[in-house]
Design a protein around this ligand. Structure first.
Ligand code: TYD
Length: 220
């Protein structure tokens, strides 16, 4: 299924700076006249917010890995149906902080309990087959990323360094396997350099999808 809008996701290990880059890119694109929706997982809908609390609160005790997968997917199913697809149908540029590749990297490569294809099937069920047009991987070694975290690590940040190393290697393998969708950016570069590359890649993509420049860009 193709939509009039464009779906772009941001992926990366903890502390890669995804969120601040996504916000800055959104502001830049809006200033160019593009209609932008920013959103995130887990928790991009009211129901997803509740699911997010369960997923990330370490005080709730052990969350079994299967239940963890299914909760991330429940969050995503709601998010796709309630926010992402309507925005794409309306022709918006959707910038999403984490999506299905987070499940492959964290629950797939991180936990190493199930074949990736099992997770892909489950993701397909949850998303009805919606994959991003472009995915930015903000790549950073876990040793660097984890030191950028705040003081109260959530359930997933608390996992071992080995887990986070597998997540990072998983992301890099996913990006290598599907180079037409992924753009790998070295997030240890200065912030401005990373943002500049994000803008250039995004504008190039949007120009292929919106042959007419947005109204305000035409005016300017
Ligand atoms: P969040 O506070 O949104 O962190 P970040 O700024 O790193 O995006 O927490 C989301 C956490 O959930 C993060 O550690 C990655 C993890 N996660 C998964 O393990 N699987 C998933 O499918 C998703 C969407 C996130």
């Amino acid at each position: 299924m193709t939509y009039p809008g464009v779906f772009i996701t941001f992926e990366g290990p903890e502390g890669s700076g995804k969120t601040t880059h996504l916000r800055a890119l959104a502001a830049f694109l809006r200033a160019q006249g593009y209609p932008v929706l920013t959103t995130h997982e887990p928790g991009g809908t009211p129901i997803g917010q509740r699911i997010r609390q369960i997923l990330l609160d370490p005080s709730l005790g052990v969350l079994t890995p299967r239940a963890e997968v299914l909760l991330f997917l429940a969050d995503r199913a709601q998010h796709v149906a309630q926010r992402i697809v309507p925005a794409l149908e309306a022709g918006q540029v959707v910038l999403c902080d984490r999506y299905a590749d987070s499940t492959l990297a964290y629950q797939g490569y991180g936990h190493r309990q199930w074949p990736l294809d099992t997770l892909r099937d489950l993701i397909h069920f949850a998303t009805q087959g919606l994959w991003p047009d472009r995915t930015f991987l903000l790549d950073v070694p876990p040793e660097v990323g984890l030191t950028r975290q705040g003081e109260a690590p959530d359930r997933i940040e608390q996992r071992t360094l080995d887990f986070h190393r597998r997540v990072r290697e998983g992301y890099r393998a996913l990006a290598q396997a599907e180079p037409a969708r992924w753009v790998l950016l070295d997030a240890t570069q200065p912030w401005d350099a990373v943002q500049e590359q994000l803008r250039a890649h995004t504008l190039a993509l949007l120009r292929t999808r919106f042959p007419q420049p947005p109204a305000s860009a035409r005016r300017g």
